[in-house]
Ligand binder design. Structure first.
Ligand code: GUN
Length: 292
């Protein structure tokens, strides 16, 4: 069994970005600028946004954090989105999800200028990704593709089972891995809460992408010997052994599954850090006006 080290890989990607930003600045170019909108004070969202801002500093981007109380109106939030759309200094921005129930996430996502949608959630960007002509691919799927590439994991002709059909991870992963070329050319099965024989399907998988959001859902008896297992789960559970009082749990029962795998991503230190690296890659792309 070998570990796919997302932490080390994200560090390499961040250093590549930092080197490019240094060059851009040396030539008198514009410093890339990412803005993040954070509504309320959900612990998970706070942590993720703080990590994104810190990563911006590391690679030499400018960053702005715009905070709203959780009772902000949809109208006020949409007005801020418009303001960021029109602000030429902001190359890309994200609205951290989830949003409070009284605000439509789809409406807010649709309002973002897709040229600045570095999360890749706008229907235009989802559509482009789906037809194999991507502008911004959403960060977690892009991070997983980057890991597959950098670890030279074979995907052609392989059976990939994606567990989970979310718009953010499961669905885009299934599309990307079934597309022509590398990493792709795989035969993909998407499983979800209504799937019959889920265990049997997983047992047929050469590659499992676990993105259900249910801690330790994938057990050893669901995994074929020698399979590649990518764990996208990041459920925060209470813990007495950590300083924060929380720890992250993946969707894979790591201790029992890992010995059966050829490759596996740990949690933490697997897919999570790559999500942030991908967001930075997208922001650099936006700053370089490489999207249309
Ligand atoms: N919430 C969970 N993951 C993400 C993400 O990648 N982007 C945003 N904006 N919100 C999230």
């Amino acid at each position: 069994m070998q570990i796919i080290d997302g932490k080390a890989t994200s560090q390499i990607v961040k250093d590549e970005i930092a080197a490019e930003v240094k060059q851009i600045k040396a030539k008198g170019g514009k410093t890339p600028h990412l803005a993040a909108i954070l509504v309320g004070n959900d612990g998970g969202s706070e942590t993720y946004v703080a990590a994104k801002i810190k990563a911006c500093e590391y690679v030499g981007f400018n960053s702005s954090l715009i905070r709203f109380k959780d009772h902000v109106s949809e109208e006020e939030l949409l007005a801020k989105v418009q303001e960021l759309n029109n602000n030429a200094d902001i190359d890309g921005f994200i609205v951290q999800l989830p949003l409070p129930k009284h605000i439509s996430e789809q409406k807010v996502t649709d309002a973002i200028d897709y040229h600045k949608d570095v999360d890749g959630f706008h229907p235009q960007n989802v559509g482009r990704m789906s037809i194999g002509s991507p502008s911004f691919v959403s960060a977690t799927p892009q991070g997983i593709m980057e890991l597959i590439k950098r670890y030279k994991i074979e995907t052609s002709g392989k059976h990939v089972v994606v567990v989970g059909r979310s718009n953010i991870v499961g669905r885009p992963m299934s599309i990307l891995l079934s597309q022509k070329g590398y990493p792709g050319d795989a035969t993909v099965t998407v499983c979800h809460s209504r799937t019959a024989n889920l265990r049997e399907l997983c047992l047929q998988a050469d590659i499992i992408i676990a993105a259900i959001g249910s801690p330790e859902f994938v057990k050893a008896d669901m995994v074929k010997q020698g399979a590649v297992v990518i764990d996208v789960g990041t459920t925060r559970v209470k813990s007495d052994t950590t300083k924060s009082g929380w720890k992250l749990k993946g969707d894979v029962a790591y201790d029992e599954v890992a010995p059966k795998c050829s490759w596996i991503t740990p949690v933490p230190g697997g897919v999570g850090p790559m999500t942030i690296a991908s967001l930075l890659q997208n922001t650099l792309k936006a700053a370089k006006k490489e999207v249309y």
